[in-house]
Each structure stands twice: as C-alpha cells, then as structure tokens.
Design a protein around this ligand. Structure first.
Ligand SMILES: [Fe+2]
Length: 314
C-alpha cells in the first residue's frame, strides 16, 4: 500500500490540492492525515471538503482543532481563530470535533501509529531539539538543505540520550506525527519516525512548497519518499489579501505571510513581545485587546528583526 502522509494544512487549500494531485500521480491509494486542518490560511471549508471527499483516508486531530473553540470577544489576539471558527460550517466543525487524538492501523504485518505530536510517543525528547520556535536558532543561516536537515535529525535521534531511550521504549513499527512543521524521517532499529512537514505552512527553512511524504509498505518492508511541490508564495499572498480573513485578521495574516516567505516561525516571538509590551504599558487585559495588540505588533515589526535576526533570514 502506498500512503500519502499529510499534516498541518492550516487552511491552505491551494497547497493541499497540489499535494493531492501529486500523490495521485505518484500512485498513492490511501491517505494519512495528522492534524491542524484549519486556522492561518483562509480556506478552512475548502480544505474540509477536499479531505472529506477522499477514499481510504484516516485522520487524527491537531492542537489547532482545539483553538477553534475560542471564547467570544473582540480582542485582537484571537482574531484569526475567531474568524476561522465563524467561517467553518457547523457540519465541518462537527466533523473536525469528532476526529480522534490517536489512531493505530495494522498494515501488512506492521503497526502504524498516528498522533499530531511526537509527544504522544516520545514525550518531549524530539521537541527539545526540533520544535518550531527553536528551529531558527538551530539553523541561523539559509538556505537549509534537505540533506543537512535529514542528517541532523537522524544523528540527533540516534545520539541524544533522551531521544535514544524514548525511541528504544517504543514497540517496533511506524510512528507518524506532524506539529512542528519540520519534514523529516528515519528508521532507528525497527522504529520508523515520519514527520511529513507542513503541507500549508512549512517552517523548516527549506524551499517553500506543499510538503508531504509518501509511505509505501509492501511485504513488511517500508519505503519513504519526501515530496515538496514548489509554488508561488507571492501569488498565494495576493489570493489571501482578497479574502475576508485578511480584512478581519490583518496582523495574523501578515505574520503568516512573513512565515511563508522565510519558512521560519514568528508567532512565539510576537506573543512574547506583546506580553512584554502590555506589561510595560500596564495593560493587564488578556487575551490582548485590539489597541494593545496593534501597537505591540507595530513595535515588534521594527524591534524583532534586530532582536531575533534568525527569524527573518530570507
Ligand atoms: Fe500546525
């Protein structure tokens, strides 16, 4: 069986279409999705419709599925989640709500386990090295090549004591997860770790494109092929600017544009900076009120590239 393994679409329907078209051309006959289907790009219903139309598809939920349950309010901090939650149809929201946290699938004598984050299998061992917010500091220069990243991932999993012991505690089999938006895979003494990266928002510093991974299991043997379908980031941004999301959640949308352009996460530093700003002006309102959120963002735009140049490497 050849599976297309796809994660972290984040509402990016154009990227999902590219990945699905490529997967069909590559002969994929089944699909494994590991969460974060909406929030960030403005096409949550289009993504849900594509996913729900697929045959032989298995899904687990991601942490952003929980962020759709944003409390009512008119703060700035949750603008993009609130827009997405309001835009999703009730039927699509119910479908997302019903997805399980984890799945175990038998395949040709092997066991596949799927969860959104590697934490379900390995605790914090992998995240200590390959979490999204830490990635720009691990790779302060561009370009990041796939070869260097894969070698780093495999060396770290094999040599770091916490990773080694977390992997050794697993039953042999295939472990599939996303969450950190960093595409990587490796086999460690019969334990396959597969992260297909983020289809809609790659944050691994490598080439911009719709990432996913092909997993072929035949006769008990495993083959993995990473795929990354390049497309025009500026054309994508132009499309988003014409949407209601851009009008209603401009700061989030612009921050997402910056992440797409650099393939480096920005949100952690923006939230950290907003906290620092709000504390400085004596504003205790949380989530951040619109005026504070906008003022903090304006300052962050100027201050962040000096304070954290690693986040802005083109
Ligand atoms: Fe995600």
């Amino acid at each position: 069986m050849k599976y297309a393994v796809i994660s972290d679409i984040h509402g990016n329907a154009p990227a999902l279409r590219l990945a699905l078209d490529d997967a069909r051309q590559q002969g994929a006959g089944a699909y494994l999705f590991v969460g974060d289907y909406s929030i960030s790009a403005p096409w949550p219903n289009e993504v849900a419709a594509l996913l729900r139309s697929l045959p032989n598809a298995h899904f687990v939920r991601g942490n952003d599925e929980n962020h759709l349950d944003v409390p009512p309010g008119d703060d700035g901090q949750f603008e993009v989640s609130r827009w997405c939650a309001r835009t999703l149809t009730a039927d699509n929201k119910a479908w997302l709500d019903a997805l399980p946290e984890e799945i175990t699938l038998p395949c040709d004598g092997l066991t596949l386990r799927m969860a959104h984050s590697s934490e379900a299998f390995m605790g914090k061992a992998l995240h200590a090295h390959f979490r999204t917010s830490a990635f720009p500091f691990r790779y302060p220069h561009s370009p990041v090549t796939r070869e260097a990243l894969l070698a780093d991932f495999r060396r770290t999993m094999a040599e770091d004591e916490a990773c080694r012991s977390a992997i050794a505690a697993l039953e042999p089999g295939v472990y599939i997860f996303g969450h950190n938006h960093i595409q990587a895979h490796g086999c460690f003494d019969g334990r396959w770790l597969i992260n297909p990266g983020s289809c809609g928002m790659p944050l691994d510093g490598c080439e911009f494109g719709a990432c996913y991974t092909l997993l072929t299991i035949e006769g008990g043997s495993v083959a993995v092929e990473e795929r990354r379908i390049p497309y025009d980031v500026e054309a994508l941004i132009t499309q988003v600017k014409a949407t209601e999301q851009y009008a209603e959640a401009r700061i989030w949308s612009e921050t997402i544009f910056a992440e797409w352009r650099t393939r480096r996460e920005k949100v952690a530093s923006l939230l950290w900076y907003a906290e620092e700003y709000a504390t400085r002006i004596g504003d205790s309102r949380r989530p951040f009120a619109k005026d504070t959120w906008q003022a903090a963002y304006a300052e962050w735009l100027t201050a962040a590239p000096q304070r954290w140049p690693e986040l802005f490497v083109p």
